[in-house]
Design a protein around this ligand. Structure first.
Ligand SMILES: [Ca+2]
Ligand SMILES: [Ca+2]
Ligand SMILES: [Ca+2]
Length: 212
């Protein structure tokens, strides 16, 4: 009698424990049980990440176990650490009250070898050569400084390419000045808000600080 009661309680605890575990890893809501178990309903065979989680479990089914060590492992051997896959590379995320880090669309399963998600599009403003977030005379000056005085290169070539023809030269500064001071044509998109590079743009665009 006593034994079967104990057994019931321990089975129940185990089931409850499993149910709470997805909430104990960052972005655990994305893959739920499939991070740790081959079956999406949970239980049964574990994925390589599930095996590492089991090794990391300390006491109590719902105790915290996500830490720097587990984050640094690449359980499924796909070249990206568990922390990178779950968007908490340092393992510093804590379950209590903290929102999951990063964009859930970029989460990958730490238990299944998969391809890295495509890099997020780089955003910039056409004409914002100096990446200040606004387009004004200083952008034309910045472009001219780069072209003729060997000054700093724009961090985003596509932003400095004011006329959108794929290259940076004096005509970009002229095009910008005409727009600003002589009623010239609007700059090609993305302008005046941040946006993605179009097909004709070169890809030498690291990051516009103003759009990050
Ligand atoms: Ca991995
Ligand atoms: Ca993976
Ligand atoms: Ca150009």
């Amino acid at each position: 009698m006593g034994f079967s009661l104990l057994l019931t309680i321990s089975v129940q605890r185990e089931l409850e424990g499993r149910g709470c575990r997805p909430d104990l890893i960052p972005n655990g809501g994305v893959d739920r049980c499939s991070s740790c178990h081959v079956s999406s309903r949970g239980g049964g065979r574990r994925t390589p990440f599930g095996q590492d989680v089991r090794d990391a479990l300390r006491s109590g089914s719902c105790a915290e176990f996500w830490d720097a060590e587990l984050a640094a492992l690449d359980s499924d051997g796909d070249g990206r650490s568990n922390g990178e896959e779950l968007l908490d590379p340092s393992g510093s995320w804590r379950p209590e009250g903290a929102p999951s880090p990063g964009d859930p669309a970029r989460v990958t399963n730490p238990g299944i070898p998969d391809d890295a998600p495509p890099a997020p599009p780089v955003l910039f403003i056409r004409g914002d050569s100096n990446s200040s977030g606004t387009v004004d005379i200083s952008d034309g000056v910045f472009t001219l400084g780069f072209l003729f005085r060997s000054e700093r290169r724009p961090t985003c070539d596509s932003a400095a390419d004011s006329n959108g023809d794929g290259g940076i030269n004096i005509s970009d500064a002229v095009y910008l000045f005409q727009y600003l001071f002589a009623g010239g044509d609007l700059l090609p998109a993305p302008f005046p808000e941040c946006g993605e590079a179009g097909k004709g743009d070169g890809d030498a665009c690291e990051e516009s600080a103003a759009c990050g």
